[in-house]
Design a protein around this ligand. Structure first.
Ligand SMILES: Nc1ncnc2c1ncn2[C@@H]1O[C@H](COP(=O)(O)OP(=O)(O)OP(=O)(O)O)[C@@H](O)[C@H]1O
Length: 986
């Protein structure tokens, strides 16, 4: 044990009091489990070296106090990153601890918990989130064999194929951000819900040249049977002749894709989603890309790919003519007058793409809704009201409905009261959320979706900064605590402001530009003028009127604004939506995809009337603001992000910071430059500094007391609210006096503020470890007392049976009865079984509680204990339960046994037992099978021979048979008793 030295905290001056402990230093090695134990000066290089050493030793997870740093080793590239794919992966104890902490906090406080994964694209967030979710099921959900797990696993398999794609930085990149909400009550999981943030619509129609479209398209082409292909009009099509796929990377592992498609199909079935409905829509999207409109003489557009247009129409259950009309004609509302016009080729191609995007993202949204609507265990509480129809308000409604029935009649009222209690309880219960949002990325060229993704990454970084750095620095300042360690973190608020401030943020300016029907060039000119002094905005070289650059927390990104306005408008005209009304469309699923738009459209007489709807399903209940949708793509995303944050600020966060080991997805390669860049952007060193030397934790005095009062000697605390600070002091003094535990190289400091006690991470770990030890000791005491009481309660009956047994043995005679003290009749197994029983149930406890005396003195004519039925003999290899040597000695003394000279093996019994009767020898038995069964030997007994058994053989399990003047040792199972002759009837 290393010495622990507590010294008065000179550095924490300004507070009411303080303390500090310095522990010795160690060496940087793979064994450093927590970066706050790093010896020597804390530098980025030391952090990097430590992570590298651990990586080389295959330790991918490292703590920085309560924060977990995970390094993606790329050992699992090609993993579909579904919940099912985690089944074979060994779960790390560090991930387990994150989950256990979340569950513990949730069950102790009822407070919602959020496990927040952050890191750049490819850093392993989704991989870790799936492992965490599986771990959560192990801890609170009954494991992976439960229906809830299987259902969620199916949902993830379906959504992964639809929502992930190969990007330049990650071949399994999630293009859907997830917040997985797990409702937990009394430490048990009762409902899960997936909140999805889908953004990347442009990928459906135009993946970047070195990237791919969504996985499902490749899987579908590889996995459809020839019959299905015919049904879906996909015969003869491949990645190379489908426009929406051939513009991206066309390499494919067909076998892998086909396998994943089969799994996807099965999982759709598990969710109860009709396979054919979904693949009809997906096939229609693929074929739509091959319908191309060109301008022709006379002002009309001509169609290239009429075959595909017909195929799409039939897949969507509409006629070719109505689909063509929907795409190529527009209705306008000119001051109340409805005017029709034809679109040019450019506009028609855009509307075609809008339809493809709308079909795809609405299908994904429908599947998410479906997955969430199944298996509701208990209430229908949802936390994020923006993207969910089920909100806390709904819960309140449920509660009030129940409340209105209270007091009606008898059992009914008590039932509704129970339901009310249940509803209220669930409404106030927390959840455990796992947040796996988009990671920072810098593709070339970056589009509007990437700006939103990077805004999300900035927001998550800000959330981390606020929780870890800002709040601890500010609360120290507010309460007059001076902390020696200057934590110098980079605040990314200026970048968030640049993108999303209400008036002059890039997104607000984009909305304005959309509303005035401006252009990409005019937008960029305005942005550059407005933010010309903003150091976060830069002009990429060579100068290009549609390009601009942003210095993000994780790197510089150049954005191409060419499609910004169209992507942001995100509209589909009512001429096209109207095509899917059930009057014209015989494919119910397609009608369903535009359900709320059709309802809004057909609520007025004139259809179509020149209004536009959003391509993506919107969270707003009102779809229209005049002729335009109520929101744009970025507004909607921003609102959803705000709602997510609102949920997160009410939750206790648990951070997992993910780093990728290299940028080429090479297994087991640690690229120091790549990792160093991430260490910097995620501010790992700043976190280590704060955790190692600052006051990252603060607790209200009352909360501190209620958690750690058990560390003070019983009765020493005053338990008076006015004396709370003194009681806190008392607890800390007790720890000081106890000398602490070996935590290695930690600074243990505290300081008293006005309302809080401030703790270093070292002290928090010390307190937690002492608390854990104390609780463990107390649990052992309680168990000992209980087992002792149990053993004392059982002893009279046990004693009676022992006496009876001895009496029986005396009656049946035998050498053992003649001298029970020196030649005990109990077999070795009997003694062992009794020892085992007493050890498990009472002897140790009797010793602890002083109850051993009830066994009385040893030796003399002590009755031998009977083996306890069902008690297995002790396992000599079971070192955990190995009996204490002292206890063995005591027991041998009690039972008059000599350990050096074990009791002789008792002689064979002079009888066999059949049913409840003893049968002495000789016995007449019949051979059940020939003996010897291989035919060797002089004398053979044949099946059915009647033989005389004259006694038990000294060979175990054998009987001695007299046959033809020979004694044979025949195994027991070869013989059966000759059935007694039936009684004679008179
Ligand atoms: N701990 C790990 N061990 C082995 N392989 C891993 C680990 N974490 C991630 N991987 C692999 O690395 C790749 C990238 O991981 P993942 O998709 O989870 O990253 P991400 O941070 O979620 O990226 P994005 O933000 O683009 O979705 C995947 O192929 C995954 O299988």
């Amino acid at each position: 044990m290393r010495d622990v030295r507590f010294v008065a905290d000179s550095r924490s001056g300004g507070g009411v009091g303080g303390g500090k402990c310095d522990l010795g230093t160690g060496v940087v090695s793979a064994g450093v489990e927590d970066l706050i134990h790093l010896p020597g000066p804390l530098t980025e290089d030391a952090v990097l070296k430590c992570l590298h050493a651990r990586f080389t030793a295959h330790h991918l997870y490292t703590n920085v106090g309560p924060i977990l740093v995970s390094v993606n080793s790329y050992n699992d590239v090609g993993n579909p990153l579904t919940l099912s794919s985690t089944r074979g992966v060994v779960l790390s104890p560090k991930l387990l601890r994150v989950v256990q902490e979340a569950v513990r906090h949730q069950s102790e406080t009822g407070y919602p918990q959020a496990i927040i994964l952050s890191g750049t694209s490819g850093s392993g967030k989704t991989h870790a989130s799936m492992l965490l979710l599986r771990q959560l099921f192990e801890v609170a959900g009954g494991g992976p064999e439960t229906d809830a797990f299987k259902h969620l696993a199916a949902a993830f398999t379906v959504l992964r194929s639809l929502g992930s794609a190969k990007t330049a930085s990650n071949s399994e990149s999630s293009r859907i951000g997830h917040f997985i909400e797990v409702q937990v009550t009394d430490g048990a999981l009762y409902r899960t819900k997936i909140h999805c943030y889908f953004l990347d619509q442009t990928r459906v129609i135009r993946p970047l040249p070195n990237e791919k479209n969504y996985h499902i398209f490749y899987q579908m082409l590889a996995g459809l049977t020839p019959e299905e292909r015919v049904k879906l009009n996909l015969e003869g099509y491949s990645l190379h002749n489908l426009s929406y796929l051939k513009c991206g990377d066309t390499r494919q592992d067909e076998n892998e894709d086909a396998t994943r498609f089969q799994a996807w199909k099965t999982c759709l079935g598990v969710l109860g989603i009709p396979f054919l409905d979904v693949v009809r829509v997906l096939a229609a999207v693929l074929l739509l890309g091959n319908v191309v409109f060109t301008d022709s003489v006379g002002g009309e557009v001509s169609v290239k790919g009429e075959g595909e247009l017909g195929a799409v129409a039939s897949l969507l259950g509409v006629t070719s003519a109505s689909l063509l009309r929907g795409i190529t004609s527009r209705t306008h509302n000119a001051r109340g007058k409805i005017v029709k016009s034809f679109c040019d080729a450019n506009m028609s191609n855009m509307i075609r793409d809008s339809l493809a995007k709308a079909l795809y993202c609405r299908t994904v949204a429908t599947i998410v809704r479906r997955a969430n609507s199944l298996k509701r265990l208990g209430s229908t509480l949802g936390t994020l009201s923006s993207d969910s129809n089920e909100s806390v308000h709904n819960q309140a409604e449920v509660a009030s409905q129940h409340a209105s029935t209270v007091g009606t009649a008898g059992s009914k009222s008590s039932k509704s009261m129970a339901a009310l209690n249940n509803a209220v309880r669930h409404a106030t219960d927390g959840f455990i959320g796992i947040l796996d949002m988009f990671g920072f990325e810098e593709p070339k060229p970056s589009q509007l979706e990437h700006l939103c993704i990077n805004l999300c990454a900035e927001t998550m970084q800000h959330f981390y900064n606020t929780h870890i750095f800002k709040s601890s620095i500010e609360s120290c300042r507010d309460e007059g605590i001076h902390c020696d360690v200057e934590v110098d973190y980079v605040d990314n608020v200026p970048c968030i402001d640049l993108i999303s401030s209400l008036r002059t943020g890039l997104l607000s300016m984009l909305d304005v530009e959309c509303s005035i029907r401006g252009s990409a060039e005019s937008y960029i000119t305005k942005v550059k003028a407005q933010h010309r002094h903003n150091p976060r905005l830069f002009e990429p070289k060579p100068l290009e009127p549609r390009l601009f650059g942003i210095q993000h927390f994780a790197g510089r990104v150049v954005y191409d604004a060419t499609d910004f306005l169209d992507t942001n408008r995100d509209v589909v005209p009512d001429d096209l939506v109207a095509v899917f009304h059930k009057q014209h469309c015989n494919f119910g699923f397609a009608t369903h995809l535009f359900g709320s738009e059709l309802k809004a459209l057909y609520s007025a007489e004139t259809v179509p009337r020149g209004v536009s709807f959003r391509i993506s399903p919107t969270s707003h209940s009102d779809l229209l603001n005049g002729d335009e949708p109520v929101s744009t793509l970025t507004q909607d995303f921003h609102t959803r992000l705000d709602n997510l944050l609102r949920t997160l600020v009410h939750a206790r966060p648990h951070f997992v910071r993910c780093l990728r080991a290299n940028s080429t997805e090479t297994p087991q390669r640690f690229d120091r430059t790549v990792v160093m860049k991430q260490i910097r952007s995620l501010q790992v060193l700043e976190t280590v500094n704060l955790m190692a030397g600052g006051f990252p934790h603060r607790m209200r005095f009352k909360a501190f007391l209620s958690r750690y009062r058990l560390l003070a000697p019983h009765g020493s605390l005053r338990r008076n609210e006015d004396k709370a600070i003194e009681d806190c002091h008392m607890i800390l003094q007790c720890i000081e006096a106890a000398g602490g535990t070996n935590l290695g190289g930690l600074v243990i400091t505290w300081a008293f503020g006005k309302r809080h006690i401030f703790l270093s991470e070292g002290l928090r770990q010390e307190l937690e470890s002492l608390r854990c030890e104390t609780l463990h000791r107390a649990a052992v005491m309680v168990q000992s007392a209980w087992r002792g009481a149990q053993a004392r309660r059982r002893w009279p009956a046990l004693k009676r049976s022992l006496v009876q047994q001895q009496q029986q043995q005396q009656q049946t005679g035998g050498s053992s009865a003649a001298n029970p003290t020196t030649t005990p009749s109990a077999t070795t197994a009997t003694v062992a079984a009794t020892l085992h029983h007493l050890r498990a149930g009472g002897l140790a406890a009797l010793a602890v509680t002083g109850g051993g005396g009830t066994l009385g003195g040893g030796g003399g004519g002590r009755p031998r204990p009977q083996p306890i039925a069902g008690t297995p003999p002790p396992d000599p290899t079971d070192h955990h339960h190995k009996c204490d040597h002292k206890i063995i000695q005591q027991t041998c003394t009690l039972f008059g046994l000599d350990l050096e000279r074990p009791p002789p093996v008792p002689p064979s019994r002079p009888y066999t037992v059949t049913g409840n009767t003893k049968l002495g020898y000789p016995q007449t038995r019949v051979m059940k099978m020939p003996f010897p069964d291989d035919g060797s030997g002089d004398v053979s007994l044949l099946k059915g021979d009647t033989v005389t058994v004259i006694g038990a053989s000294p060979r175990r399990g054998h009987l001695v048979v007299e046959h033809c003047n020979h004694s044979l040792h025949v195994p027991f199972q070869f013989l059966e008793l000759k059935p007694a002759p039936p009684p004679l009837s008179i």
